[in-house]
Design a protein around this ligand. Sequence first.
Ligand code: B12
Ligand code: SF4
Length: 548
Amino acid sequence: MILERSRRVGGAEPRRLLRLICPAYPTFNIYSAQARVTTALGPICVATAVHELPGWDVEVIDENNYHYGPREPEGKPDHEAIQRSRQADVVGLYGGLTSTIPRLYEIARLYGRMGVTMIAGGQHFIEDCIDEALDRGIGVIVKGEGELAIVELLPKLIAGEGLSSVAGLAYLDGGRIVHTPDRPLMTDFDLLPIPDFSILRYAKMRLFPVTGVRGCGMDCEFCTVNGRPRFATPQRIMAQFASAHEKHRAKRFFLVDDLFGQNRAEAIELCGLLRDYQADMGANFDITVQIRLDKARDEELLQAMREANIQMLAIGFESPIAAELQAMNKRLDPAEMIELTQMYHRSGFHVHGMFIFGYPLPEGSAFRMSAKERIRHFQRFIRKARIDTLQVLLPVPLPGTKLTRRLRDRGRLLPSQLVGLEYYDGNFPLFEPDDPLTPETMQDAARLIMRRFYRPMQMFNVAMNILAFPAMVFWLYRLRVGWGRWSRRWWRSIYRTGGWFIIRRWTAAFKKDAFLAKLAEAKRHIRSQARTSTEHQEDEADPRQPAR
Ligand code: B12
Ligand code: SF4
């Protein structure tokens, strides 16, 4: 099948095409606007590695950043038309976000009907999710890091050879699922080419993802990132910035690594490289990193980060409630958190605060707090810490995490078959929360905190800031300081106005959505299961009960 479709020029070996697809987010959410100008890094890394294979062409299509290509009548990318114009021999599907899995299966059905061989990878594919994907017609699942596996896999797939010698795969063999041995984690990233964004089609890129770390040793209960952290060299990370800047005039970057500065000396070295590069090129980057709060004490690191033009820090505060932080296995203390955030502010950084509302505590915990009281805690903290931009999400029981197992074991997980994986984006309640919260009050509370933060008043502030600019600069007489203060307030008003529009749009979409009906059914289901299991236990405890 693959051989029939491939393009053979003048009797030469046929060239092959691998098309990697990032499925669209299911509904409009707080990330949708950003997703229109960026892309997921994993598929770019995988496709770039395949590009080095002799005879292979590659392309990545990100349905969230899809501006030019053919579309179906209801607006989704038209994969049949794309396939008619360029026949892919193999299609790769990005399963990095569980919320996009229903769309991934829709795309798999389309390409399956066209007889195209499919492979998939990404962090969703773990445990039962692998079996489900194989059952739905995806030929091979690559488990974990994809670059080296796919380079070994594709030639064998094309030649129709067995795959048992390729580590890190799962596939069907005569109806039986075969798991090849796990692939050792990568440690030498110089084996890989620098991610090449020119293979992304139909997209407009404004925000470029960059990476330097894989894995994380923090072991948070709700997270799927594990394996000991492994670091790329500062030179390799710098090469990613330079490549995107020189090929695509990239200025805005997101260093997706979960903990910037974990490897202190290397982080400072990278900042120095970035500072010098921008000076040499006459460039002015705008870089966002994810960082832990405790790094605020490291003045040398902060200074280096400022010089490198790191502007925005995304910080996982998670919760201002100590009992919840402990349950998440987050080694943070709420009392210190405000002080550390202010240290970041004093050094001139914008702080994007990431919170989880209503984290379920382990069984037996005596902690109880009403939604109202929790809201008060969050708002007080956010105000005191002067968070610039905010995201308050609900806990997501992601496949394969300890949190998911804990909730499942206690019968608190709403079955994904009834609710739907498309709701796994942090905006929807997916389990029975701790008393006295209910799924509905938990969701309303998180939204309320966001609504009160992103108020329409911010539009007024945008106008006021424009008027206040000359006054502030002249009044202060110190142009640099005046500009710094003004731009920070201006930037915050702009983002908060944007946030208000996003929340309005999300709320309008939610009103039309079927989620609440699905939630009601899922709740009925788990409550009836709980009743049945209690009755069983009572029957077993009371031998006089007649057998049912
Ligand atoms: C950047 C990022 C984002 C960005 C962009 C997301 C994107 N990818 O499009 C934004 C800010 C939008 C985002 C949002 C969210 N995110 Co996020 N995010 C990340 C982060 C920090 C980095 C992703 C990345 O670029 N990694 C680097 C690349 C190189 O690794 P990779 O993607 O895993 O790819 C490798 C392999 O998986 C494999 N591979 C990947 N695809 C394919 C395809 C094929 C064919 C093959 C063969 C192999 C293969 O090979 C790649 C290279 O080795 C990860 C954490 C992490 N460290 O990975 C979380 C992560 C992806 N996010 C996660 C989550 C849950 C969310 C949110 C729900 C928010 C939340 N509650 O945390 C939202 C969801 C938004 C939505 N619409 O649903 C989870 C996803 C787990 C899951 N099963 O869904 C992760 C893993 C973190 C976690 N908490 O566990 N996120
Ligand atoms: S949430 Fe962040 S710090 Fe915790 S394990 Fe995941 S990546 Fe590491």
